[in-house]
Design a protein around this ligand. Structure first.
Ligand SMILES: [Ca+2]
Length: 190
């Protein structure tokens, strides 16, 4: 009895080994597929995170500039496509105080990328977080409805690049801001 059973047990063992090998191969295949899928999901997730971060920064920069331009009283004549020179009479005393004499210019970081820098006459300097590039469509950073100092509305074109897979993509935000307190509609500033 016992002897008769032995070969059967042996056969069972061999069959189980083949089964096990096949099962392991199957599991390996599924794991490889899962890892590949997770890689793809992570890449898409990274792209989305990059784009979201860039857009969040751009929106914050736009908010900062919009608020400042809206409150500005004068856009000085030396303003141009890449330089915005304004007077924001914060204390309303009709006098140009040092900290109300504000210049926004690009500060180049290299590699075609720059940050906006805000300087005032009191020596305060602020460097914005957004990494900007020149607008691909050739739009100026600062556009004017009428040449400074007769400006009543400033158009901002803020553009950033972010990684998309193995390449880069660009997003821009365009915003038109009217000077609410304009003292220089007639074209004369201090
Ligand atoms: Ca003042």
């Amino acid at each position: 009895m016992r002897k008769a059973l032995l070969p059967v047990e042996s056969d069972d063992a061999g069959f189980t080994l083949i089964e096990l090998t096949m099962a392991m191969a199957g599991v390996s295949l599924v794991m490889v597929m899962m890892i590949a899928m997770m890689g793809a999901v992570t890449r898409v997730d990274n792209d989305t995170t990059n784009e979201k971060e860039v857009l969040d920064n751009l929106r914050f920069t736009r908010l900062l500039l919009e608020r400042e331009i809206r409150e500005a009283d004068v856009v000085f004549a030396d303003s141009n496509d890449f330089r915005l020179h304004i007077w924001s009479d914060a204390d309303g005393d009709d006098t140009l105080d040092a900290d109300e004499n504000i210049v926004w210019t690009p500060a180049y970081e290299g590699g075609g990328v720059f940050r906006l820098q805000r300087r005032d006459g009191a020596g305060n300097t602020l460097l914005d977080d957004s990494l900007l590039v020149l607008p691909a469509d050739g739009s100026p950073l600062f556009g004017y409805d009428s040449p400074p100092p007769g400006t009543g509305r400033v158009t901002l074109t803020l553009e950033s690049e972010f990684r998309l897979g193995n390449s880069t993509a660009a997003r821009n935000l365009v915003s038109q801001v009217s000077l609410r307190n304009s003292k220089n509609a007639g074209g004369t500033g201090p």
